[in-house]
Design a protein around this ligand. Structure first.
Ligand code: NI
Length: 176
């Protein structure tokens, strides 16, 4: 049975490790980890989760975007499991956008990211998938990909002045 896992918080060493490649997608421990990640993410208002965030240092993350109070402008994207992901191309063009992280509750950062990326990953059934992503989904991918390298969105900020509290973020969104 898939189970809700505890989300590891910033400061725990696992969030600073480089995650291991998944050697066999079909392995039962990997499949149950994926199921747990799907359940854990669905019980949050997040738009993505990476395996290290539940204490499993493997190259797996999920992107699942829909508008929520956390991300009111998010587009719809069905939950997609991405294993051993690679970024083959990043646009020079970047834009800043608000990001939060389930492992860093209470704050948001104005983070620069490439607006377009070309990616490749292995699916939950072991197939290779290539995609061209842009905008918010490209942002989520880059954020989750960073988790697999031990990097958080705080490391991507241009200045600490680009950090605000969740409370102020909601005021910004409501006043738009
Ligand atoms: Ni995160």
């Amino acid at each position: 049975m898939p189970q809700q896992r505890t989300i590891i918080q910033l400061g725990h060493a696992v969030l600073r490790q480089k995650a291991a490649l998944v050697a066999s997608v079909a392995q039962s421990t990997i499949q149950s980890l994926i199921e747990d990640l799907l359940v854990t993410l669905s019980n949050t208002q997040g738009v993505g989760i990476a395996a290290p965030q539940v204490g499993a240092s493997f190259q797996i993350f999920i992107v699942a975007s829909a508008p929520t109070p956390r991300y009111p402008d998010a587009p719809y994207r069905e939950a997609t499991v991405m294993i051993n992901p690679k970024i083959s191309w990043l646009s020079d063009e970047q834009e800043k956008g608000w990001e939060g992280c389930l492992s860093i509750p209470g704050i948001r950062g104005w983070v620069p990211r490439s607006t377009q990326i070309h990616v490749e990953y292995t699916t939950q059934i072991g197939a290779t998938q290539k995609e061209e992503l842009s905008g918010f989904i490209a942002r989520v991918f880059q954020h989750e990909y960073d988790h697999l390298q031990g990097v958080s969105f705080l490391d991507r900020l241009e200045t600490t002045r680009d950090i605000i509290t969740e409370q102020e973020f909601h005021k910004l969104i409501c006043n738009k």
